[in-house]
Design a protein around this ligand. Structure first.
Ligand code: ZN
Length: 184
């Protein structure tokens, strides 16, 4: 098994108390667990992909514009990684630049319009470990993408969070029962 860590949407806008579309406290509570996983992958020489939502101001053509307030706008501090995760990613990058990949995504799924599946396959990766927010939105859509692309899926449940406890519980069950993921 060759793993890659996918750190999804752990940005200021999605996690901080005053973020534009925040998960709030549940999002902040998983910070330490994500940092530990980044350190573990970095020490093992395993690849880390950091995938952050990207939007542009007044983008009427984007379907999310009708659903959510503006968030993760290009060039704003809201797109920065949150807290100690930001430091941990920078440290991993300094330790081995070839193992850390920062990518933008414009849809919930990290697999849509990013070329991620091809990059993972080219690196020999067969299993993705998903961490970040929100369990029932971008993690869920990314897990479906991973399933459809034929990757094994691992979801550490203390490293994903949602603003919705019901959505979080539904998604964890869905990962396991419908996508065949290991929820650990
Ligand atoms: Zn978005």
């Amino acid at each position: 098994m060759k793993r890659a860590l996918l750190v999804i949407d752990y940005t200021y806008d999605f996690v901080a108390d005053d973020g534009k579309l925040t998960c709030g406290k549940p999002g902040q509570a998983i910070e330490g667990e994500i940092v530990s996983l980044i350190e573990e992958f970095s020490q093992n020489g395993e690849p880390i992909y950091v995938l952050n939502d990207l939007h542009y101001e007044n983008d009427a053509s984007h379907p999310e514009s009708r659903l959510f307030p503006p968030h993760n706008l290009y060039g704003t501090p809201g797109r920065e990684l949150y807290g100690r995760v930001k430091t941990a990613v920078t440290r991993a990058e300094e330790a081995c630049p070839a193992l850390v990949f920062r990518m933008d995504k414009t849809r919930y799924s990290a697999f849509v319009r990013t070329g991620l599946a091809e990059k993972l396959r080219a690196a020999g990766v067969d299993t993705v470990v998903l961490v970040g927010v929100c369990t029932d939105i971008c993690i869920l859509h990314t897990a479906v993408g991973a399933y459809n692309e034929g990757f094994g899926i691992v979801v550490p449940e203390r490293a994903v969070a949602s603003f919705s406890p019901e959505g979080h519980a539904f998604a964890l069950a869905h990962f396991k029962n419908t996508l065949g993921a290991a929820v650990v």
